[in-house]
Structures are given as structure tokens and as C-alpha cells.
Ligand binder design. Structure first.
Ligand SMILES: [Zn+2]
Length: 559
């Protein structure tokens, strides 16, 4: 027999088998028992939460010859035919591939006829939001005057795309994401049945990756089982889900907590070298920090399956970090998550995030958690936690696609050191800049690991024989680097080694750089008139290009 996917083999066949949707299945059973079923249902909810399974069970229950307490018996002829997909009176349609008016008209025409074998003809229309406007109109006509022997079950992941006129004609059920605990429980049942052993922690890893979808969880489990061993290991689960071992997350955070940024960066490098995805790593870190925060406030809130994640690192970390610190770290990671979507260099942003996380300073001390924290403190923490949970929920709901957090512009003007910058600009040449850009990667490779991570986000923007100007994306890094005597010494030593010179190094914030150049131009004018052959380009722009190369921004030369 060919291999059948777990989620097919273990598809629930009765309402009682359905995991995590008790309110819905109970309501349906009551309606079946009292004979008060509807002519049209709308099942909404994320993928893999049981919509199609419940639709098929309902189709059986509506037709079963031995209905018991609202449950189909699964043994009568009709039940078996429906389970096998062989009953022509139960029609499953995937609107994603049949979204035309003609198909729906066809349904309308055929719905008129009485069922051939069953009592009730059931149309299950999956992904119903994919129907075209014309098709919705045709469907609406049918729903307005439903034949007595027909029941429509519409299923969708995107109810907001369904016309209100349709929704108002249906009885709506919203399927919830299935809890990690329920998913773990189901996987345990399946594995026990198959005689396969498992690390509980591995199941927690799978449940977390499935994000409330049973079908996804069972698909991941299928892949893990395809490794061919009779034991589900954490390692295999992490391989399949692309997740990061909690122990490694713990080590990373411990390094940050001990202000050992170099070690934290090494951990990141190892994880990425092992093929972990930067985005996934950040998601895992956010989840871990959230768990720390939850655990600090209310240990009992962490569900059983999640406490599997609590290892040797977890409790010491929960004690070491203050709640505002954890919140600040989550904010940094959220921001990085937004940046990752806009860049082709995720590694760099992850490393910058690491350096920034290392600088996250505790907020003004909370009244230290005295044995009895006063009510105000508790309330403040609770509201912080609620906000955080909302953010996490939003992240989960959107699959992480939250707009990059835009930091409120700091009002404080960036101090621009004109006395250092202007002399360099005064004698800057494009040749010097290109020479500097040539050796830049080599220069970075000479730096120690922490310094290198900080400088990776930097870019040489101007150079003269005696000085170089380097821009940074973050002003926090400009300040840090400027005040980092060891870094400046390493840079100068590197330049000496590579170019034989020790130029002055000036750092600027990349956003401020165009303004600095413009001001310099206004105050000093464009130096030389261009040569005749360049007349087509406005003189200033031309000389600017000579100096800084082809860049979107503008500059000058006296070449
Ligand atoms: Zn039956």
C-alpha cells in the first residue's frame, strides 16, 4: 500500500475526534439532535484547523442511517461512501480552481434535483473567497431560495473577502488556532499508536512551528518520521522546522547578559553557518524572550508543552533580565525583523541587532522586586505584558509581516564635526575613495569579531590622502564606535598595514551624510569648471560624481 500522509490517515471521523474546536462541534451536534440544522454554513479560520474535516463529518451526520447523539456511526453504507469520497450527493469543490460563474450556475441547476442515494445533498465549497463576483452572485441566488434537500458548507481562510450578502445567509463558525498542547497531545496519540518513541521537547518544537495548524503539524511530523528512525528527536524536529535549539538561544542570551558580545556573535555565526535562517532565528528569539517575560510574571501561564522548553538556561535568564530589558530587546528584534524584509544582507542586520542587544540598558530601576511587589508595579507590568502579547499575536496573525517599527525621530541634532569633515572634503578625491573601498573588506577582516560586526554596517563615503569619512546606519553605532578607542586603534593599524598610511577617520550617520555634503557645497561652492566635453552635465553634478562616484546623492570635486 502506498504511503498515506498522517493528516489523511488521522483525519477525525466524528465530532468527538476533532481537536480544539469543542464549541463548534457541540453546537453542530445539538442542531443535529434537535433537527435544527441550517441550509448554509460558513466555516472560517486559519489553515489546518479542521474546517474541511468538520464539513465532511457534518455531511455524514446529515445522512447517516444510525445517527447517535449527533454523531455519524461511520459504518453504514452512506457514511462509508462519504468517507471514501464515493457518494455523488456530497460534492466537494475547490473554489481556488473553479471560480467561474459557469461552475456555480452548474451547481445551481443540479442542486434542484433530489439526491440520488443520500437524504441530503451537501455542497462543500473550499476556499470560497476565491469565487469571482459573478460566481458569488450566482451562489447568492441559490442561497436565497435553497432547495429543501440541499446544504451548503462554505469554508474559507479569508472571511473578509466574502460579500456580506452571502455571510448574512449562512450560519457562521470561526475555527480557532489549535493550542500547542492539543497539537502535542494528538501527535502523542499517533506516535503511541505507531509504536514510535519521541522526545517530548521535539513535539513542542513541531507544535510551535505549526502555529496552531494541525495539518501543518502532522506534515512536519511526517517529514521527521521520513528520517527513518523509530524515535523522534529534537535534532530532527529542528532540522525539519528550521528552528533553533532552545539551548543555543539560551547560550546566546546568556552571552548578552554577561556583556560578552563576541561570544553572542560567534553563536550567531555558528547558527547561520549551520544553515539556520536569519528571520527564523529572530522569530525564535522573540518567542523565547516572550516566554521569559511570561514566566517572570506568571510561571503557571506557560502551558505544559511549553515548559518543555524550560532548560538549564531558562530560569537563570528569567532571573537575570529585568522585564523592561526584555521588552526593549523584543523591540530591537521587531525592528530588525522589519529591516530583514528590505535587505539582501540579513546576516549583517542580525549581527548589528546582536551588538544593539548587548547595549540594551535596563530602564530606570523598577522598585526592586521586594517580596511583596506593590499593586502599581504589578499593574504596570501586566499592561506591559498585555501590549507585548498583542504584538506577538499580531506577528503571528500576519505571519510576521508587521510594518517595520519606525523609531520616533530623536529631536537632538546629530553633532556634525565640520572642523574634521571639511578639511577631508576639501582635498577628497574619487581615486582615494575607490582605493579605500578596494581595501575595505580586507580591513574589516583584520578586525576582531565584535569590532567587525559593528563595522560591517559601515561604508566609506569620502576619502582624501589624509582622511576618510565612514557612514553608519545607526547613530547609536556612530557614537559607540567614536568612543571606542580600541576600535579606532584597530582601524588605524589596519589602514597602516593595507595602505601604508594612517589617515584621520571620521564617522557620520548615513542619514545625515547627504545634508553634510550639501552644506559643504553651499558653503564652499563647486571647485573647478568642468572640461568642455562634459558640458551636457550640469557642472556641479559632474564634479560631484568625479569625487564620490556614481551615487544617488550629490557631492563635489576639486580633482
Ligand atoms: Zn452512518
Amino acid at each position: 500500500m502506498s504511503y498515506q500522509a498522517l493528516y489523511r490517515v488521522w483525519r477525525p471521523q466524528t465530532f468527538g475526534d476533532v481537536i480544539g474546536q469543542h464549541a463548534i462541534t457541540q453546537t453542530l451536534k445539538n442542531a443535529l439532535v434537535t433537527g435544527q440544522t441550517s441550509h448554509a454554513y460558513l466555516f472560517c479560520g486559519p489553515r489546518g484547523t479542521g474546517k474541511t474535516s468538520v464539513a465532511k463529518i457534518l455531511a455524514k451526520a446529515l445522512n447517516c442511517e444510525h445517527l447517535q447523539d449527533g454523531e455519524p456511526d461511520n459504518t453504514c453504507e452512506l457514511c462509508q461512501a462519504i468517507t471514501a469520497g464515493a457518494l455523488t450527493d456530497v460534492i466537494e469543490i475547490d473554489a481556488a480552481s473553479n471560480n467561474g460563474v459557469d461552475e456555480i450556475r452548474d451547481i445551481r441547476d443540479k442542486a434542484k434535483y433530489a439526491p440520488t442515494r443520500a437524504r441530503v445533498k451537501v455542497y462543500i465549497i473550499d476556499e470560497v473567497h476565491m469565487l469571482s463576483t459573478g460566481a458569488f452572485n450566482a451562489l447568492l441566488k441559490t442561497l436565497e431560495e435553497p432547495p429543501a434537500h440541499v446544504v451548503f458548507i462554505l469554508a474559507t481562510t479569508e472571511p473578509q473577502k466574502i460579500p456580506a450578502t452571502i455571510i448574512s445567509r449562512t450560519q457562521r463558525f470561526d475555527f480557532r488556532r489549535i493550542t500547542a498542547e492539543d497539537i502535542v497531545g494528538r501527535m502523542q496519540t499517533i506516535l503511541d499508536d505507531k509504536g514510535i518513541t519521541y522526545d517530548e521537547h521535539a513535539l513542542a518544537v513541531i507544535a510551535r512551528a505549526a502555529e496552531g495548524g494541525m495539518r501543518d503539524a502532522l506534515s512536519i511530523l511526517d517529514q521527521v518520521l521520513s528520517f527513518g528512525q523509530n524515535h523522534v528527536t529534537v535534532e530532527n524536529a529542528l532540522d525539519v522546522t528550521g528552528g533553533v535549539a532552545t539551548a543555543q538561544l539560551g547560550e546566546y542570551l546568556e552571552a548578552l547578559q554577561g556583556h560578552d558580545t563576541a561570544k553572542a556573535l560567534t553563536t550567531v555565526e555558528q547558527l547561520l553557518a549551520a544553515g539556520k535562517d536569519a528571520g527564523r532565528l529572530i522569530e525564535d528569539l522573540i518567542a523565547y524572550l516572550r516566554d521569559l517575560l511570561v514566566y517572570q510574571q506568571a510561571p503557571s501561564l506557560l502551558a505544559d508543552s511549553e515548559t518543555e522548553l524550560i532548560d538549564d538556561h531558562f530560569k537563570p535568564l528569567a532571573e537575570a533580565f529585568a522585564a523592561p530589558q526584555l521588552a526593549a530587546m523584543i523591540a530591537v528584534l521587531n525592528e530588525t525583523q522589519g529591516q530583514l524584509r528590505l535587505t539582501n544582507h540579513p546576516t549583517i542586520y542580525l549581527e548589528v541587532a546582536t551588538v544593539r542587544l548587548g547595549t540594551v540598558t535596563p530602564a530606570p530601576a523598577q522598585p526592586t522586586a521586594a517580596p511583596a511587589a506593590d499593586d502599581a508595579t504589578v499593574t504596570a507590568l501586566q499592561s506591559q505584558l498585555a501590549q507585548l502579547q498583542a504584538t506577538v499575536a499580531q506577528l503571528q496573525a500576519t505571519g510576521g509581516a508587521v510594518k517595520p517599527v519606525v523609531k520616533p525621530k530623536k529631536k537632538r541634532a546629530l553633532k556634525v564635526n565640520k572642523t574634521k569633515i571639511y578639511p577631508i572634503l576639501g582635498s577628497a578625491t574619487r581615486k582615494d575613495l575607490e582605493a579605500l573601498k578596494d581595501i575595505w573588506p580586507d580591513l574589516l577582516s583584520l578586525l576582531s569579531v565584535t569590532k567587525r560586526a559593528m563595522m560591517k554596517i559601515s561604508e566609506p563615503v569620502a576619502a582624501s590622502p589624509d582622511g576618510v569619512i565612514v557612514s553608519f546606519d545607526y547613530d547609536i553605532l556612530v557614537e559607540r564606535a567614536e568612543n571606542d578607542a580600541a576600535l579606532m586603534a584597530e582601524l588605524k593599524a589596519g589602514l597602516q598595514k593595507l595602505s601604508g598610511k594612517q589617515p584621520e577617520i571620521v564617522l557620520v550617520q548615513s542619514q545625515a551624510w547627504p545634508r553634510i555634503r550639501k552644506e559643504y557645497l553651499q558653503e564652499n561652492g563647486a571647485p573647478h569648471a568642468p572640461k568642455p566635453e562634459a558640458q551636457t552635465t550640469p557642472p556641479v553634478v559632474k564634479t560631484i560624481t568625479d569625487l564620490f562616484g556614481e551615487e544617488p546623492n550629490i557631492t563635489v570635486t576639486n580633482d
